[in-house]
Design a binder for this molecule. Structure first.
Ligand code: TIU
Length: 227
């Protein structure tokens, strides 16, 4: 069943059977006070605004039968998969692998690396651990999508101009059509968020489409039932 979602620059058409909801890096290290983002002095409330709308979208996507994929940015405990340049960049006061209130920062298996409780993955939903900003880089995301007959992505998560943007660009170059939900993505920098969204939909949708989650929710069918 194809639905049409009012979006910028024009309606985004999708069939839940060939569409995946991709939730990018909704991890404690980026979203919660005490995580990596907050330790660097960022205002994490700017990211927390995405949680409630994303909970609604997640519930609706599950009810429509849509594939839901979660990603997490992070590294192996020995940091063998972290480029030295990434570790050294910025001369930060704390960095990847350092100890913090939520365990070692952005290290797989640590409390801070995991997804926030409000958006906990359900049984069977793929969780992709990625070492980079883009969700396609050094992961099997493209394989999962192609094998699942997925051609369109609803992209959500954090941060708008970093991991969301990189992933949308990667997806676009691979021929996937992306709808970014404006209230389900967030940035520590409000101006980057706004311009980042404009950059996606500009030039006739150079990277994809942008819509508020309410536009999608108004159209999504409920096809699964709790027995
Ligand atoms: N997930 C993601 O966007 N990773 C980042 O490092 N984002 C920042 O904005 N720093």
């Amino acid at each position: 069943m194809t639905i049409s979602v009012p979006a910028v620059p024009y309606d985004f058409e999708l069939d839940p059977e060939s569409t995946a909801l991709v939730i990018i890096d909704m991890q404690r290290d980026f979203l919660e006070p005490g995580g990596f983002g907050s330790l660097l002095g960022n205002d994490v409330s700017l990211l927390q605004r995405t949680v409630a709308p994303l909970q609604a979208v997640l519930a609706a996507a599950r009810a429509s039968g849509m594939l839901v994929i979660h990603t997490r940015e992070g590294h192996r405990p020995d940091l063998a998969d972290a480029p030295p340049a990434k570790l050294a960049r910025g001369h930060l006061s704390c960095g990847i692998g350092d100890p913090g209130p939520f365990g070692r920062i952005l290290i797989r298996g640590e409390h801070g690396h995991d997804i926030i409780d409000e958006l906990a993955p359900a049984e069977g939903e793929p969780i992709l651990d990625k070492p980079g900003k883009g969700a396609f880089y050094a992961t099997d995301l493209e394989l999962l999508l192609r094998n699942g007959g997925i051609t369109r992505l609803i992209v959500t998560g954090v941060t708008t101009e970093v991991c969301v943007h990189t992933t949308v660009r990667e997806a676009n170059d691979r021929g996937f059509e992306c709808l970014v939900l404006s209230d389900c993505v967030g940035s520590y920098f409000p101006e980057f968020h706004e311009v980042g969204l404009q950059m996606i939909a500009a030039q006739g949708g150079i990277f994809g489409w942008v819509a508020a989650s309410s536009e999608l929710l108004a159209q999504l069918p409920v096809t699964t039932h709790i027995s």
